[in-house]
Write a protein that binds this ligand. Sequence first.
Ligand code: DGL
Length: 274
Amino acid sequence: MNKYAPIGIFDSGYGGLTVLAEIKKHLPQYDYLYLGDNARAPYGTRSFDVVYDYTLDAVNELFSRGCELVILACNTASAKALRTIQQQDLPKIDVNKRVLGVIRPSAEEIGTITKTGNVGILATEGTVRSESYVLELDKHAPNVNVFQQACPMWVPIIENQKYQTAAGKLFIQEDIKELMRQNPQIDTILLGCTHYPIIQPYIESIVGPDVRVVAQGPIVAQKLDEYLKRHIDMEQRCSKSGAITYLTTENKDVFNKKAGHFLGEQISAIHVKI
Ligand code: DGL
């Protein structure tokens, strides 16, 4: 029998749950270890160095708990920390372990969906400023025009479940309007923050039926499946008993309540210090 080697799924808070939900639907056989750094979220407005340090802490925690493969299910961490971790840290930590992000797989897909060639990205300030989507789309879909809108209030609004209040709705509407004002021909919007699918129906109701709103979860799940098929050695190292464990750096009762709400099922998390 394989030793316990879950696939690690990391996010600053609750957003990665939208990715985990799709991954477990698509690949239910694997074990998963989710880590939310809720005590230090949100990451979106933090500097490059801070996001890198926090993300490396999280990756090390997941490695120390048996993960061979970690997915940064957070765009901000993928934008600001992934490359340094892959190039600088992994060779020192363990050359056989892997850390993957969510920006590249999304950029590979989004260019195939748009018909007008105008794509909007809604994301945190950190992700927008990093220009990661502009750079990745330039590589994978050079003919696509990219328009970005930072939504600094959305993660706090979502985490505090204020998206159904008048004030919460106003912030969301304003940012979408700003994005569409940049180019009314935008026909595809990528939710470039893993928290945003939680409010996807509301976003869709604002942009209307002619604009396709794309969440990353299904894309990441599909790409992970393809990755594991291409990397048989890694696939064999990942343990398969279908178990999901949740870790949070915040109070576990608060996490259980909110995560349960976002996932639509009750969970029981473990508190960790990282
Ligand atoms: N879910 C994270 C992302 O995809 C949110 C970052 C934050 O904590 O602000 O970017």
